[in-house]
Design a protein around this ligand. Structure first.
Ligand code: SF4
Length: 140
């Protein structure tokens, strides 16, 4: 696994484990609780060391009501490439140059994209990936 895939894998497993610890199983009826527990505000209180932004009180991207951290590793991000990339080529993402750690000298920069932080996007993702996430939660 490259460092991008490592982060992706770490983040989702950590979130699923946190939910499991407080008795929230991945299932359709729990989606509102999952979204609540993975909000920026809730994770800032309960897991302050998990993100440098938690201690600042402000999320990494502004202008999102009820900012959510479940998909910090955006499912549209192409982590298989060492330069990353966006599978939907979202206009809020951009290439960043120069980047010495990829062969191409560039890396995909999502720092201005708020898409995966909207609760409605997370809800949609959960509905579409419930079985896969449930299986992952059983293994953590
Ligand atoms: S640009 Fe936006 S949608 Fe695309 S991978 Fe980055 S965060 Fe996800």
């Amino acid at each position: 696994m490259n460092p991008l895939e490592n982060f992706e894998s770490y983040h989702i497993r950590k979130i699923l484990q946190e939910l499991k610890t407080i008795g929230i199983d991945i299932m359709g009826e729990n989606i509102p609780r999952i979204i609540e527990e993975t909000s920026f505000d809730r994770r800032s209180q309960n897991h302050p060391d998990e993100c440098p932004y938690y201690k600042t009180g402000k999320p990494c991207v502004s202008d999102v009501l009820d900012f959510n951290c479940f998909l910090c590793a955006c499912p549209e991000f192409d982590s298989k490439k060492d330069e990353g990339g966006c599978r939907i080529n979202h206009p809020l993402g951009k290439w960043h140059y120069p980047y010495l750690h990829s062969a191409s000298g560039r890396v995909w920069d999502c720092s201005d994209c708020s898409i995966p932080h909207f609760p409605v996007y997370v809800e949609q993702y959960l509905i579409q990936n419930l079985e896969k996430l449930k299986k992952m939660q059983d293994e953590v």
